[in-house]
Design a protein around this ligand. Sequence first.
Ligand code: DQA
Length: 155
Amino acid sequence: MPKKRKSKAKHKQILVLHGPNLNMLGKREKNIYGKISLEVINNDLKKLAKELNIELCIYQSNIEGELVNFIQEASRNGTCGILINPAAYTHTSVAIRDALLAVKLPTVEVHLSNIYKREEFRHKSLIAPVAIGQITGFGKDSYLLGLMALTKTLK
Ligand code: DQA
């Protein structure tokens, strides 16, 4: 008879969403966003996820509706929480805010730059009032701190 495998506890799954133009990191406005590419951020997030014993699903999109679709899908596939940098949609997207309200998944908003130190139109986030919290201004570390905070909240 084949040996029974010990059943492994399923890891918590977190959705990581990157909004528009974040695929251009390392090339766009390096004075603000630094030289680091999105791939480096994603790799560091994956390393941290291993340490935290969680699973990540990572997507980037330049399209608002696609981001909404990813959020809606998260509510159907067992995702426990969302880490999101909505990028420019932070300041404009009622659709992303409504999607987060609809799925009711704990969400942490992150930004590479300190949005409150920049142009006035960036000071307003439509997402922050529906998130657990916001981490802004620590570059790549905003994502890592955000993932740690979200994971702690989920445990
Ligand atoms: C950003 C800040 C936004 O205002 C901007 O539109 C971005 C990036 C950040 O990570 O600092 O694209 O979300």
